[in-house]
Design a protein around this ligand. Structure first.
Ligand code: ATR
Length: 265
């Protein structure tokens, strides 16, 4: 039996175990997915320990996504993002990937959103970094807007062709944009949005990385404006799907994983 797991602190309410185990069940893979909660600052040690114990793969969440960099070899995308959320432990050296970026891309792709034109990324934290690099790699022109404009400028300086802005620029930015991704925590368990409703329009596709609630105020406003909406559970699903496929080498049973994930939300 293969053991996969998640390291984070806390991990108590993680939806990854039921989502991944639904995938193993659907494909008849003999595997288990468990959660580990090492103390803060022990992320790299936890990776080495899991490797020695024969764990096949790890997901990594807050606060360890940067800490584990020293314990793995990263691919180019994870190195540029500067954070790892998926580790393959089956080889000689642990290999680190960032499937958050690809998760956003595949969530949009699933909804037939064309990944060309201009994307506006709201937020310049960990999620914003991953999504900005992911969409730029797809060839989109990326504009980053953040409450703290200097952080958007700093991130934009690293992402090819990107621009950095404060939130006050959203109206102008969105008028010519094709895709909008909310990568802030605004809207999580609250009826709030970082984007003025009047800036939304029918030619936009709007992805909200927030998945609690599933229908955020941003997505409600976007639907009212006639935009295509993609909820945060799709991004959560596809970061997991991408990890599943890297680990097992199989095409993930996306529908089975999605069904269980949404039932658990
Ligand atoms: P994550 O890893 O989920 O991206 P993070 O790194 O803490 O989390 O980043 C949180 C993001 O949400 C940041 O872009 C933050 O803006 P600042 O850089 O200005 O702090 C944004 N954010 C959090 N609360 C916000 C609020 N009330 N209004 C606007 N942006 C907010």
């Amino acid at each position: 039996m293969d053991v996969y797991g998640l390291i984070g602190n806390p991990v108590g309410h993680s939806l990854s175990p039921p989502m991944h185990e639904a995938g193993y069940d659907a494909l008849g893979i003999d595997a288990k997915y468990v959660t580990f909660e090492p103390p803060a600052n022990e992320g790299a040690a936890a990776v080495a320990a899991a490797d020695r114990l024969g764990v096949a793969g790890l997901n990594v969440t807050i606060p360890f996504k940067q800490d584990v960099l020293e314990a793995v070899e990263t691919d180019d995308l994870a190195a540029r993002i500067g954070a790892v959320n998926t580790i393959d432990l089956t080889g000689e050296t642990p290999q680190g990937y960032n499937t958050d970026a690809v998760g956003a891309v595949r969530a949009l792709d699933h909804h037939d959103v064309a990944l060309d034109g201009t994307a506006v990324v709201v937020g310049a934290g960990g999620a914003g970094r991953a999504v900005a690099f992911g969409l730029a790699d797809e060839g989109m022109a990326v504009e980053i807007a953040n409450r703290t404009a200097s952080k958007a400028d700093d991130l934009a300086a690293e992402v090819p062709g990107a621009g950095g802005h404060g939130l006050d620029a959203l109206g102008d930015l969105l008028s010519g944009a094709d895709v909008l991704v909310n990568c802030t925590s605004v809207g999580m368990d609250e009826d709030a949005t970082p984007v003025p409703a009047e800036a939304l329009h029918a030619d936009l596709a709007v992805l909200d990385a927030v998945y609690s609630p599933i229908e955020t105020r941003l997505l409600r406003d976007a639907a009212a404006a006639g935009a295509t909406t993609v909820d945060g559970a799709w991004m959560l699903l596809y970061q997991g799907v991408e990890a599943f496929e890297r680990w097992t080498g199989e095409s993930a049973p996306v529908d089975a994983m999605n069904e269980v994930l949404r039932a658990a939300l």
